[in-house]
Design a protein around this ligand. Structure first.
Ligand SMILES: [Cu+2]
Length: 201
């Protein structure tokens, strides 16, 4: 653990520009410092949790591939994951991501957990009586071999419910995704501005 932590610290020092220390602890000012700070979050997690090394450690070890919102679970690549900032007092928040299946068998995103939410559901938007409503996706999100599936504003999404804490714009929150075959993977999702339609904005 000590060795991993110091390795992570060394990598962090190598990756971050000299000014990033201040940016990592204060409000994010620029996209590049935000990215650097998020890399720091991932490295800290890789160093502190050896059992999650495959979730966040591998991408974090490569400066090129290091970014919050990305992870890999078996043949499934998770990219561009983010949580939409919600107003203070909100009871729900939405999350979005892109899944790509590089394998030769179908897999299914069956669920998720987050420590800031009492529960997480997978939702789809349906048109009922001329009204857009959201409902749980029966059977989870299927990712066919070679397919890319995107959960995006206006469509399918992760629904963080019974919020114990409202995700704040500029922070990154830890979310665990559960795949039927690839298993569980934990990753950090950056939080956008309240009501954002995309991330980064
Ligand atoms: Cu929903």
């Amino acid at each position: 653990m000590m060795m991993r932590a110091s390795l992570a610290a060394a990598l962090l020092a190598a990756l971050l520009p000299p000014t990033a220390d201040a940016a990592a602890t204060g409000p994010f000012a620029r996209p590049d410092t935000q990215r650097a700070a998020l890399v720091g979050v991932q490295l800290a997690q890789a160093g502190g949790r050896a059992d999650r090394a495959t979730a966040t450690g591998a991408p974090a070890m490569s400066a090129q591939g290091a970014s919050a919102g990305s992870a890999r679970a078996g043949d499934i690549a998770i990219e561009g994951a983010w949580v939409r900032g919600a107003p203070p007092g909100a009871s729900v928040a939405a999350g979005y991501l892109t899944l790509t299946n590089a394998g030769e068998a179908e897999d299914v995103l069956g669920g998720a957990e987050a420590d800031f939410a009492g529960r997480v559901e997978l939702h789809e938007m349906t048109m009922t009586d001329g009204m857009m409503r959201m409902a749980p996706i029966e059977g989870g999100v299927v990712v066919a071999p070679g397919a890319t599936v995107t959960l995006a504003p206006g469509g399918n999404h992760l629904m963080f419910m019974a919020l114990e804490r409202v995700p704040e714009p500029g922070e990154a929150v830890s979310v665990t995704l559960r795949f039927r075959d690839a298993g569980s993977v934990k990753l950090m999702l950056p939080v956008s501005a309240v009501g954002a339609r995309s991330f980064p904005q």
